[in-house]
Ligand binder design. Structure first.
Ligand code: PRT
Ligand code: MG
Length: 217
């Protein structure tokens, strides 16, 4: 690719999103040159001269696409709910990187009773918007404590009564003597597209979007 605008740039995070996106890319005839797990490169070429992949932090994907630094990207619903930006077209739920957003509390904490009693709950989470909306809809008063990771620790050391976090196998909760007390919503990853790019580069973008749609059935 000679200049940035000659082709398209796809923003992906390494780990599960990258791995689960590979079959979708393959359906669009795109094969990345390297696996970011084994390379420190942040810009990865593909078998197609007009397509490159950039490796970003999962929570940064919507930002790259919003500003057009990437034309499309794949981001979890959890990340998209927390992202406040506009200019993102979300044409497809890809059904990948599935998990659920849940409330979890220490074994023995009577969450249902605490909610019923009207007590103010301290909730630690990375997902402030999601947690705020969830508890507001239930009419539960909460103090939200923003954390950036290892939420599971917070109730164990008295920082919070409960957490709002993603759960997949439940193994992390079990290992820390926590239980899921409420599911907030199922989570999967979506395709996000820069709206201006979709107009300017439709000839390249639309077939990729169509191939993704076909591959998810
Ligand atoms: O890891 P990093 O801090 O860089 O960023 P990230 O955690 O946002 O990224 P990444 O790559 O771990 O996750 C990318 C996306 O995958 C998320 O935005 C979700 O949409 C989705 N996803 C699917 C998950 C999980 N499953 C998941 N299990 N994201 C995180 N987890 C974590 C969860 O937070 C908890 O700590 O895994 C732990 C629970 O897993 P189990 O299997 O023990 O229940
Ligand atoms: Mg992670």
């Amino acid at each position: 690719m000679n200049a940035v605008n000659d082709g398209i740039t796809i923003a992906l995070s390494k780990g599960r999103i990258f791995e689960e996106t590979l079959p979708l890319l393959a359906a669009a005839g795109i094969v990345p040159d390297e696996n970011p797990e084994r390379s420190r490169k942040l810009i990865i070429g593909t078998n197609r001269p007009d397509v490159r992949v950039v490796i970003v932090r999962a929570s940064d994907t919507p930002t790259y696409v919003q500003y057009g630094a990437a034309d499309l990207g794949i981001a979890g619903k959890d990340v998209l709910i927390e992202h406040s930006g506009t200019g993102l077209y979300q044409p497809l739920d890809l059904g990948i990187a599935k998990c659920r957003m849940s409330v979890a509390a220490p074994v023995g904490f009577d969450y249902a009773r605490a909610v019923k009693s009207g007590a103010r709950l301290r909730i630690a989470t990375k997902y402030l918007n999601t947690a705020r909306e969830h508890f507001a809809a239930k009419g539960v008063h909460v103090d939200l404590i923003k954390l950036y990771g290892s939420m599971e620790l917070a109730p164990l050391v008295g920082l919070a009564d409960a957490i709002v976090d993603l759960v997949s196998t439940g193994g992390t909760l079990r290992a820390n003597n926590l239980v899921e007390v409420e599911e907030i919503m199922p989570i999967s990853s979506r395709l996000v597209v820069n709206q201006a790019a979709l107009k300017m580069k439709r000839e390249i973008l639309q077939p990729v979007i169509d191939a993704f749609a076909g591959a998810i059935g």
